[in-house]
Design a protein around this ligand. Structure first.
Ligand SMILES: Nc1ncnc2c1ncn2[C@@H]1O[C@H](COP(=O)(O)OP(=O)(O)OP(=O)(O)O)[C@@H](O)[C@H]1O
Ligand SMILES: [Mg+2]
Length: 1107
């Protein structure tokens, strides 16, 4: 198992020395060796005091894991081995706990690992600062801004496959708790010349290759691009693919990052369109065309590309074409248009591509800032991370390198200033005497470049603004004059002829001795690049684009906002922004990361000592160590120092009660450390020589061993004693538990025996008591029984006596009666005859009958003939009498009832009686008719003037006048008719007019037929051959069928003395003209409710549906 390593100081298990300040002896060789030794052991970080020196390992190291983050979290700077995390932690904690704004300055030449370091710092801070959904989103956006900016702003160079081609300063903003709120990114001068031309072995910006490799076919079509790199003039071919870089995968990462940062889909699309347009611009080619007046003119060779660009960007093709051929110069309301020759056209094209791209880049930064800006207005603490392009020396160095190196000079300057100032301040703060240390101050180089009057940038500006012909050569001439005497300026043609014979210095170049080495700059292009001119025709053409992003990129193209003032030159812009940056950095607490590149091959495990030595030299690292050591190599707060070394002195070990400073004094006296080796500050002890510190460390190590033995001894003794005491205690505990258990058992036994004995005694007592109680109870019961028996005997005796007495009395009475009877019989014997018995019997019977009738008189029921009540029979022998009496009584009361009737009523009842005889139990309609009196004349013919004629026609008395439905013989439909029955005739008349339609003498009516059901249909059969029978028998329906049929019957009987045949059947025949038709009654559920309907089915059948 791996031994667990608990570090309490960077001095523990050190490879070489972790802090160069402790390097002994200090020399360039030992410095480099120490770096190398550590590098070989994968220790890429080394401190110089609080500065972190980082050597690029060019391979992934397992030292950035989340576990490492946890290890470094909240630990003191010198507690663990040197790490970029320690610096990040220190900066973050000072920011959070001491409210100090921080900046992290990462310097080093191209490829030294600055960008990687800045990302590590950001990721560490993101890992340790607050958590929560909102905070995480902010962090994620801040982190994801890196891949986006790298895709657009980084490129492969000979020095670095992912070289930052812009300067970046990012302020991360935190709230008082240390939770991130947002950020602001500032970008510095993108190297835009790369868009149109790349030095050999280098690439254009990553994004171009990423689109072509990673975009889907569909997207490529939309962008009008082809996947083939070789199709594009702006992409150098010799290093289109970079080892270990998958552009397609990176494209997806970038798009994902853009989404996280908050770019909308349409924005991303617009950005890609601009990138595509830039790429395609490179393919526009021009050919010369001479005009008559001798002026050169150019023409676009193949307009296809131009057309596609215009389609992509929504620019009018003719506008753009014109902008590539003419140049309009405006001066005081005057416009002069000149044609462009081929070279000028190419210049215009490239200027447009560069401007388009660099403006897009600045827009991207602004857009990202919009997304990541803090949403609240609370006071913010700021941590700035500066990752700017590193110092560059190429074969051909141009304006860009000049600017980049100037920036690095400024950073070195601020490093020198702040490091020394900090150091100096600390000594003053701690009240320590301090002697000045010599170091190279590059202020003089900064002055050479930026001096407002004689600086190179000022010269360049002056040249650019000067009227007359201005070329790069006139600029160099000017430099040769003004800067000739400057120590760090070298030029072949300078006024002082120091370099007249220096063949390494071409005529068109000047050389500057930068702090990091000599760099020779090609003067060609300086003026143009500084002017950064874009013909107004082009910017106006861009502004006219029907593409919101491109339009926004060229605000000056708006004719309404024409500004004839020259825009500031690139150099002066850069100088101003660097000055602002420096000012900003000076307000913050600096933390340095000095990146070193171990080899030029971008290879792991190679440590090129010469290369490193060069960097160490120009970075002034040795001076840094010396400055740090000149005063004192090591310093530590008293508390920490005492804590670390207190075991070296008896007075301070194990505890020191007094103030820490006094403790350290006692300690150092006791150890006899020479007085010149240390100094007491206000809060810290300063140790001059690392040797002293190491001596202390050795002593400590020695003492730790002794202490370890001591601790071991004490621990072992303590362990044994504790073990013994534990055993002893355990033994007592066990014994006590055993005893307790035994006693408990014994007690349980005694207790249960006592309970048994107790229960026996209680049982015995209870039984005894029970016996006694039972005895008492039995005694009581016995007494009661005896008493009961006694009382019973007494009672029976008394009863016997009383019965005896009663029998005697009865006997006396009987005997007395017999005696009296005997006496009476003896006295009246002479009067009794043989029938005396019968008489008594009759008398008795008479009495009973008398009583029966009297009672019956009182109990008689009511006189209503329908009263069914009759009193119960009192004597069985009177049964027949009783029944007869009931019958007589009923007949009598019926008679009584009948006697009340008038003659008219009698007639009515007669008719009803007749109806009953005819229809009762035969026709279902009959019961409903019983309650209806027979009215006869339902139609008041005499009173209605309408029927006057009818009335007149009928002389006889009308028995029935009623409206009936006559059924049409042919179709079964109904028609209303007045039905009149007189003494001799049946008449049918029209209901409306009263006109008589048929007259049938009663003698001609042979039969009336009807159904047994609830309907009112009836047929009147006529004698065959009679006058009325021409059309056949009649079929009627009436509401008063029973009455009509009864009266027809009665009238016929009284007139013809013959009984009219009334047939009741559900199926009968009628004679219609010649046909015999069957009338059939069927039961049916009808649609039209309860009204029966009649239907002629065929010429043999007429069906009546009865509900
Ligand atoms: N800590 C590290 N661990 C592993 N590889 C590293 C580390 N730092 C740098 N590298 C490697 O070195 C390469 C160059 O690093 P980086 O891009 O940070 O350089 P730079 O200093 O920013 O250069 P430039 O000035 O050109 O932008 C990285 O792409 C990476 O491969
Ligand atoms: Mg970089």
């Amino acid at each position: 198992m791996a031994k667990m390593e608990v570090k309490t100081s960077l001095l523990d298990n050190m490879i070489g020395v972790g802090d160069m300040v402790l390097l002994e002896p200090l020399s360039e060789v030992s410095f480099i060796n120490n770096l190398k030794k550590r590098f070989d052991h994968s220790e890429i970080y080394t401190y110089i005091g609080s500065v972190v020196v980082s050597v690029n390992p060019y391979r992934p190291l397992p030292i950035y894991s989340p576990e490492k983050v946890e290890e470094y979290r909240n630990r003191n700077f010198y507690e663990l081995s040197p790490h970029i995390f320690a610096l990040s932690d220190e900066a973050y904690r000072s920011l959070r706990d001491q409210d100090k704004d921080q900046c992290i300055l990462i310097t080093g030449e191209s490829g030294a690992g600055k960008t990687e370091a800045s990302k590590l710092v950001m990721s560490y801070v993101a890992a340790v600062c607050g958590k929560g959904a909102e905070v995480n989103q902010v962090k994620e956006q801040l982190l994801q801004s890196n891949p986006v900016l790298e895709a657009f702003g980084n490129a492969k160079t000979v020095r670095n496959d992912n070289s930052s081609r812009f300067g970046k300063y990012m302020d991360i903003e935190f709230d008082f708790k240390g939770d991130p709120l947002g950020g602001v990114i500032s970008n510095y001068l993108l190297e835009k010349s790369r868009v149109v031309k790349q030095p050999r072995g280098e690439r254009n910006f990553h994004i171009f290759y990423q689109i072509l490799s990673g975009a889907s076919e569909d997207l490529l079509n939309k962008l009008k691009l082809e996947r083939d790199f070789s199709r594009y003039n702006y992409l150098s071919l010799d290093s289109a693919r970079v080892n270990g870089v998958d552009d397609a995968v990176n494209f997806r990462t970038v798009r994902n990052a853009m989404q996280i940062v908050g770019f909308m889909d349409h924005e991303t699309q617009s950005i890609l369109e601009v990138v595509a347009a830039v790429l395609k611009l490179g393919n526009i080619e021009f050919k010369p065309e001479s005009r008559v007046n001798g002026l050169d003119e150019s023409k676009i060779k193949d307009k296809n590309e131009l057309k596609e660009i215009c389609e992509l960007t929504g620019i009018d093709q003719s506008v753009l074409e014109r902008a590539f051929s003419f140049r309009t110069v405006e001066a005081k309301q005057e416009k002069v248009s000149t044609t462009l020759n081929v070279a000028q056209a190419y210049y215009a094209r490239d200027a447009l591509a560069k401007n388009l791209y660099s403006r897009l880049f600045s827009w991207l930064v602004t857009r990202i800032n919009e997304s990541i800006k803090a949403q609240t207005k609370v006071r913010k603490k700021v941590m700035g991370v500066l990752d700017i392009y590193g110092f560059e020396i190429f074969e051909d160095n141009s304006f860009e390198q000049f600017i980049i190196n100037y920036c690095n000079e400024k950073l070195q300057q601020i490093f020198i200033e702040l490091t020394l100032k900090e150091e100096q301040e600390e000594y003053i703060r701690e009240d320590i005497e301090w002697t000045h240390i010599e170091y190279f101050n590059n202020a003089i180089i900064c002055d050479l470049i930026e001096n407002n009057q004689t600086g190179i940038l000022a010269m360049l500006d002056e040249e650019c603004l000067r009227p007359g012909t201005v070329t790069d050569d006139t600029f160099l001439e000017k430099l040769n004059q003004v800067c000739a005497t400057h120590q760090h300026f070298e030029s072949r043609m300078s006024k002082c002829s120091r370099f007249l014979n220096d063949t390494s210095l071409p005529h068109s170049c000047f050389r500057i001795q930068h702090y990091a080495g000599k760099v020779m700059y090609q003067v060609e292009g300086f003026v143009d690049k500084n002017n950064d001119l874009l013909y107004r025709d082009l910017s106006q053409a861009m502004w006219k684009a029907n593409h919101s992003l491109i339009k926004a990129l060229f605000p000056e193209g708006n004719p309404a906002k024409i500004n004839l003032k020259r825009p500031p030159t690139a150099g002066s812009q850069f100088k101003a922004s660097v000055a602002t940056l420096m000012k900003n950095l000076q307000t913050k607490n600096p933390n340095y990361i000095r990146c070193i590149k171990p080899n030029d091959k971008k290879a792991a495990h190679i440590f090129n000592e010469a290369l490193v030595c060069h960097q160490v030299r120009y970075l002034g690292l040795l001076e840094n160590v010396r400055v740090r050591r000149a005063g004192y190599a090591f310093r530590q707060p008293y508390e920490l120092c005492l804590e670390r070394y207190k075991m070296l002195c008896k007075q301070t070990w194990p505890h020191w009660r007094g103030p820490a400073r006094a403790g350290v004094e006692v300690l150092f006296n006791e150890l006899e450390v020479p007085e010149e080796e240390y100094s007491f500050g206000r809060s810290k002890i300063f140790i001059r020589n690392p040797r002293t510190l190491f001596k202390l460390e050795d002593l400590r190590k020695q003492r730790l061993e002794d202490l370890a033995t001591l601790i071991q001894k004490i621990y072992r003794g303590w362990k044994c004693r504790t073990h013994f005491l534990l055993m002893k205690r355990s033994q007592i505990v066990i014994a006590s538990w055993c005893r307790r258990y035994a006693q408990q058992k014994k007690y349980q036994r005694i207790k249960s025996s006592a309970i048994v004995v107790q229960s026996y005694i209680r049982g015995w007592k209870a039984r005894k008591l029970l016996r006694e109680l039972k005895h008492q109870k039995r005694c009581k019961e016995a007494a009661t029984t005896i008493a009961a028996y006694w009382h019973g005997t007494q009672a029976r005796r008394e009863l016997k006596r009383l019965k005896e007495e009663a029998r005697r009395k009865h006997a006396v009475a009987v005997i007395w009666a017999y005696w009296l009877g005997l006496k009476v019989r003896r006295e009246y014997r002479k009067f009794f005859r043989a029938n005396a018995g019968r008489k008594i019997y009759e008398f008795t019977l008479q009495k009973i009958m008398q009583k029966y009738f009297l009672e019956m008189k009182n109990k008689l029921p009511s006189l209503s003939p329908i009263d069914k009540n009759w009193p119960a029979r009192p004597y069985l022998f009177l049964d027949s009498t009783h029944k007869e009496l009931k019958r007589i009584f009923h007949l009598w009361r019926c008679k009584k009832y009948r006697d009340q009737f008038t003659d008219q009523q009698k007639l009515i009842y007669e008719e009803k009686l007749e109806a009953s005889e005819l229809f009762k139990d035969k026709k279902a309609l009959y019961p409903a008719s019983v309650g209806q009196p027979f009215h006869g004349t339902y139609l008041e013919i005499s009173k209605n003037p309408k029927y006057k004629k009818l009335k007149d026609a009928v002389e006889e008395k009308i028995i029935i006048a009623e409206v009936v439905n006559k059924i049409n013989r042919a179709n079964g439909k109904c028609a209303s008719r007045i039905f009149l029955l007189t003494k001799n005739n049946v008449l049918l008349a029209d209901q409306k007019s009263g006109h008589i339609k048929s007259e049938v003498p009663l003698g001609d009516v042979t039969k009336v037929s009807m159904s047994s059901q609830n309907d009112g249909f009836f047929a009147v059969h006529l004698k065959e051959g009679s006058g009325a029978a021409g059309k056949g028998d009649f079929l009627f329906s009436s509401d008063h069928l029973i009455e009509m049929a009864t009266q027809l019957y009665r009238t016929t009987l009284s007139q013809t003395k013959q009984k009219l045949n009334i047939e009741i059947s559900d199926e009968f025949l009628v004679q219609f003209k010649q046909d015999k038709v069957c009338v059939k009654f069927i039961q049916s559920n009808q649609k039209n409710g309860n009204i029966p309907t009649c239907k002629r089915k065929n010429n043999r059948l007429l069906e009546v549906a009865v509900p």
